[in-house]
Design a protein around this ligand. Structure first.
Ligand code: HEC
Length: 183
């Protein structure tokens, strides 16, 4: 009887320890992150597109660093090495009755930023994604403090969906361009 009891206690302790350990483990991306959190993107990058994302009830703002922003026409594609494109997701602001606030252009007014998706293009990038590779882009998703977005988004899954944007658009759905067939 005594053994059963201590076994139960042991199992309980083990479960508690496992939960504690899982809790303490920081969220890491499945592949090594070579993208890097662009902490100063709001100050340093150019806003190349803003749109309401009705499905996610979110305001999407696309930012580009200088290299990515240098692509102004489709004929300039692919993006140069060192390009970084950010998709920022923000909760729209609401009035006291819960109605979403819009600006003069019909865009939702930006509230709290909840997620920062980043793609970076460098020479040789993308190999780790195997068949899901999209050119030389790698992907990562962050929270505003630079920690990884939860639940951990697998970067190869980002790439797999961006394959649909097509090689002719360098696997970038929009950037500053109007939507293509994949979007
Ligand atoms: C299910 C498909 C899908 C998945 C998965 C996905 N994206 Fe996208 N992504 C899109 C679409 C569609 C757009 C264009 C949105 C718009 O501007 O309306 C987009 C836009 C972007 C942009 C702005 C440049 C562009 O392509 O227009 C970045 C950066 C981006 N995604 C990064 C990521 C990252 C990082 C992940 C993984 C954490 C990810 N995406 C996962 C579909 C996807």
């Amino acid at each position: 009887m005594k053994t059963t009891k201590s076994l139960v206690i042991c199992a309980g302790l083990l479960a508690a320890a496992t939960v504690a350990a899982l809790w303490a483990v920081p969220v890491e991306p499945a592949e090594p992150d070579r993208v890097g959190f662009p902490a100063d993107y709001q100050a340093k990058y150019e806003v190349i597109r803003v749109s309401n994302r009705p499905k996610a009830v979110s305001l999407g703002t696309i930012y580009a660093n200088e290299r990515a922003a240098s692509v102004k026409e489709m004929g300039q594609l692919p993006y140069p090495e060192g390009s970084v494109i950010v998709m920022e997701w923000a909760e729209p602001l609401k009035d006291s009755a819960g109605v979403l606030l819009v600006d003069a252009n019909g865009l939702w007014r930006k509230g709290k930023v909840v997620r920062i998706d980043v793609m970076r293009r460098e020479r040789g990038y993308g190999e780790a994604y195997g068949g899901k590779r999209v050119g030389e882009w790698e992907f990562a998703s962050y929270k505003t403090d630079g920690s990884y977005f939860q639940p951990p988004a697998k970067p190869a899954a980002c790439a797999a969906c961006h394959q649909e944007a097509g090689a002719e658009r360098d696997f970038v759905y929009r950037g500053r361009f109007p939507p293509g067939e994949g979007n």
